[in-house]
Design a protein around this ligand. Structure first.
Ligand code: HEC
Length: 121
């Protein structure tokens, strides 16, 4: 094989390789703006209602008892007070429930619910 043929074959190889290999353009031109969306956002009905009902409704029922200032029995009641709720459920000196902090997983879920946009369903 002479030098000319070798050059020709090498050119062909590079030409084919250049066309077939995936480049970063494929990644940056991805039409999906969020290729990894949150597959399972936290929702009130699926994740939050049960936490509130087992830890808060004893006092924040409808009507509220034991001097609790409001009820937390509906999506809207919990949603509109989410900032105060998050601050009190993480308050080590003045926690809600008053008997002591809930497990970290419950508190994280309520924070995550807010971060995910306070979805109902
Ligand atoms: C044993 C009864 C009891 C339970 C259980 C209870 N609370 Fe309360 N909660 C109260 C009382 C009484 C107050 C008013 C006095 C105070 O703020 O500490 C109150 C106040 C609050 C406030 C108002 C805080 C503020 O600064 O305005 C929030 C928010 C709250 N509770 C959320 C919750 C949440 C969320 C739960 C469940 C995780 C819960 N509470 C469980 C009795 C309770």
């Amino acid at each position: 094989m002479n030098f000319k043929n070798l050059t020709f074959i090498l050119s062909l190889v590079f030409l084919i390789w250049g066309c077939s290999s995936s480049s970063t353009d494929d990644l940056t031109n991805n039409p999906d703006p969020d290729p990894d969306p949150d597959p399972d956002p936290i929702t009130y009905n699926a994740d939050i209602a049960s936490i509130i009902s087992s830890n808060c409704i004893g006092c924040h029922g409808n009507p509220p008892t034991q001097n609790a200032p409001f009820s937390l029995t509906t999506y809207n009641e919990v949603k509109t007070r989410v900032n105060t709720i998050i601050s009190r459920i993480n308050n080590t000196t003045n926690p809600m429930p008053p008997t002591g902090l809930m497990p970290q997983t419950n508190r994280d879920l309520i924070q995550q619910w807010k971060d995910d946009g306070l979805l109902e369903n």
